[in-house]
Design a protein around this ligand. Structure first.
Ligand SMILES: NC(=O)c1ccc[n+]([C@@H]2O[C@H](COP(=O)([O-])OP(=O)(O)OC[C@H]3O[C@@H](n4cnc5c(N)ncnc54)[C@H](O)[C@@H]3O)[C@@H](O)[C@H]2O)c1
Length: 263
């Protein structure tokens, strides 16, 4: 049996799935036997989905009409079986500080990261039923005061949306959870300032950065029936970065100064 029960033969929609964590999740879910509708604003996926049960469709999550088209396509192809899951993974970053963020960049980040997820839930929840699962991809930024103002604000908002969804759809047996990746090696973080990467390593108790598959595995678990009583949960996938909350930095300084003092 797969480590992700209840996915075999069921349909799951993943957004932002052309590359990175979304592509990793699509491939992992397909490996667990799911029919995966992988969507992205990109015309073609960078990931290789050939010889898998992944179907690729173009979708800009900020476009309400696109979600309507996807819902119609699913309604026509689900054959009356409820949609098993929605992984709201699409996201963009914009690393401007609060004093410098332009209104247009602020609006764009919130439109994709928050409104996109809301539109997806609104469009696809009617196709879901008892045992279906919504997973939103937040960020450790959504648990902290990380400096990119729009991005951090968007991920805090996504937490609120997750709790609302868990409350609203719980009576229908639909679960909603959010995962908070730390610094994961993808194209999004390839452009991060070197000091951000260095500091992240210094502040992460596991003393390494994360990989897309390590986030995908938690998403797949939450989408599966193994997580059947988990709803409204927030799960960091960050090597204890947020749990430590800077305490690692302090502990390391104390240890090195103690060593220097011979204690
Ligand atoms: N990489 C990290 O360290 C990290 C950390 C915390 C959270 N996250 C979150 O994880 C998710 C995936 O990030 P990633 O690292 O794989 O990034 P990525 O940039 O590699 O991939 C993001 C994907 O989203 C797509 N996308 C962008 N705008 C879209 C839109 N309007 N509609 C549909 N698709 C769109 C992109 O084309 C891309 O394929 C994002 O929500 C991101 O905020 C990433």
């Amino acid at each position: 049996m797969s480590g992700y029960p209840g996915l075999s033969g069921r349909t799951i929609v993943v957004t932002g799935a052309a590359r990175g964590q979304g592509a990793a999740a699509a491939l992992m879910l397909a490996g667990a036997g799911a029919r995966v509708v992988a969507t992205d604003v990109a015309a073609e996926p960078a990931a290789d989905f050939s010889d898998t049960s992944v179907e690729y469709r173009r979708l800009d999550v900020a476009n309400e009409g696109g979600w309507g088209d996807l819902a119609a396509f699913l309604r026509a192809t689900l054959g009356g079986v409820p949609l098993k899951g929605l992984l709201n993974n699409a996201g963009i970053t914009h690393r401007s500080r609060l004093g410098r963020i332009e209104r247009s960049d602020w609006d764009r980040v919130l439109a994709v990261n928050v409104t996109g997820a809301m539109l997806g839930i609104q469009a696809l929840a009617p196709l879901m039923g008892d045992g279906s699962s919504i997973v939103n991809v937040g960020s450790s930024a959504g648990l902290t005061g990380h400096y990119p103002a729009a991005y951090t604000t968007s991920k805090w908002a996504l937490r609120g949306l997750t709790h609302v969804a868990a409350t609203e759809y719980g009576p229908r047996g639909i679960r909603a959870n959010i995962i908070h990746p730390g610094f994961i090696e993808t194209e999004m973080t390839a452009g991060a300032p070197a000091a951000m990467r260095r500091s992240q390593l210094e502040l992460t108790p596991l003393e390494r950065l994360g990989q897309a598959d390590e986030v995908a595995a938690v998403a797949a678990f939450l989408l599966s029936d193994a997580a059947s009583y988990m709803s409204g949960a927030e799960i960091p996938v960050d090597g204890a970065f947020t749990s430590s909350a800077g305490a690692k930095y302090m502990a390391d300084r104390i240890a090195s100064e103690g060593a220097a003092a011979g204690s």
